[in-house]
Design a binder for this molecule. Structure first.
Ligand SMILES: C[S@@+](CC[C@H](N)C(=O)[O-])C[C@H]1O[C@@H](n2cnc3c(N)ncnc32)[C@H](O)[C@@H]1O
Length: 300
């Protein structure tokens, strides 16, 4: 099998922002939301204080289908917090539920959060939240995102950022006699730095140092936490989550007819992927080990 080296065309930023993401991508985001919540155990911590009579304004950047905001809305309602405005921003509106089916306090809008925000959005948010955005930062690094976060926040406002290192999958076989060879081969294939021709790599090493990253951008009161994936009963669902992504990556490899000498053709990748799926059906797990969060504040 020659599928251990990569093709020339994969760009993680473009992959995650592609307008072609469909209902399967959204279903995966719902699953990922549920898994992150089970791992981290809270939506926002600390709970933002509502200091005056004006509505508490929360922005979720790269909000996907708005699952996190919708859940946060329920939690606010359950705990009697009223006067809230929850705004989700995403470059791609394809996953947005119809506004008619959302609570009136939730508003989802199309926006490129890596561009400076409009003046009317400057300094208006009490809380800004970002989750699972690391892959999108492959081309730009963290600076444009953090510049936007700082612009959106009120002085003293909170920023909560949650990431997992999705460039380094952990492959766990339940028993020595159950092979995880194909899953391991795909995880190696997708690692940053495996092939210089692969384009910008989404090296997520910075996720372990999110505290230093936000300190370097001028945030205060920084608290980093790592939440290990202790619930092995959730491994199956994490595996399904990542298999969905791995399956979608097939399109980023060239068909053999177009590139017969490519180190990995689409056909080669698909054959490897089918073997990986068979391994997971025998119990092999694909996961990311932990979710890391950082909470910090914009200086007053
Ligand atoms: C991996 S998904 C995470 C979605 C959501 N945060 C969650 O945790 O369920 C990344 C999201 O970022 C969005 N995105 C990518 N580039 C963006 C950009 N420049 N501005 C706004 N959203 C972007 C994608 O469309 C996608 O919905």
């Amino acid at each position: 099998m020659t599928a251990h080296t990569a093709s020339a065309t994969f760009d993680p930023s473009a992959f995650w922002a592609a307008p072609a993401r469909d209902y399967r991508s959204s279903a995966r985001l719902h699953l990922q939301h549920f898994l992150c919540q089970r791992t981290v155990g809270h939506l926002l911590s600390p709970k933002p204080p509502q200091e005056d009579s004006s509505p508490l304004r929360v922005a979720d950047l790269g909000c996907g289908n708005g699952a996190w905001l919708s859940n946060l809305h329920d939690e606010f309602v359950k705990t009697g917090v009223s006067g809230i405005q929850l705004d989700g921003y995403d470059i791609n509106s394809v996953h947005f539920p119809a506004p008619e089916f959302l609570p009136s306090a939730i508003c989802l809008k199309q926006l490129d959060v890596l561009q400076p925000p409009e003046p009317e959005l400057t300094g208006v948010y009490d809380v800004v939240h970002v989750r699972a955005f690391a892959s999108t930062l492959a081309q730009t690094g963290v600076a444009p995102l953090l510049t936007t976060v700082l612009a959106l926040l009120k002085p003293g406002g909170y920023f909560q950022w949650e990431e997992a290192k999705v460039d380094k999958f952990l492959i766990e076989s339940p028993a020595d006699d159950i092979s995880s060879e194909a899953c391991t081969a795909i995880s190696q294939l997708l690692k940053p730095g495996q092939d210089a021709a692969r384009g910008p790599h989404h090296d997520c090493a910075f996720v372990d140092r999110l505290d230093q990253v936000v300190l370097d951008h001028g945030f205060d009161d920084v608290l980093l936490k790592a939440f290990p994936l202790n619930r092995k009963q959730d491994y199956r669902a994490w595996t399904e989550d990542f298999l969905t992504v791995w399956g979608q990556l097939a399109d980023t490899f060239p068909p053999r007819a177009q590139a017969p000498f490519a180190p990995t053709t689409r056909e080669g990748y698909l054959a490897l992927f089918r073997r990986a799926v068979a391994e997971t059906e025998r119990g092999v797990a694909i996961h990311v080990g932990k979710v890391t969060t950082v909470v910090c504040r914009k200086a007053v």
